[in-house]
Design a protein around this ligand. Sequence first.
Ligand SMILES: [Zn+2]
Length: 76
Amino acid sequence: MLKCRDVAHQASDYIDNNMRGWELFRFRLHLFICFYCRRFVRHVRITRDFVRSRPVPKASSAEIETVMKVVQQTRD
Ligand SMILES: [Zn+2]
């Protein structure tokens, strides 16, 4: 039987559909009996979906140049 700690470590693999066979069965069995892990996995999934739905911010050339100047100044 998986422990809650195991579920926490494997939650991303489960959500990303990277589990098969016995491993998947054991994971789902634990979720069936454990309210806390069901809630945890649901929250991880919601967070992942939210982050993936956000556009990736893109910096302009001027912003990149400004950051690079600051980096070079701190190295000197
Ligand atoms: Zn649990």
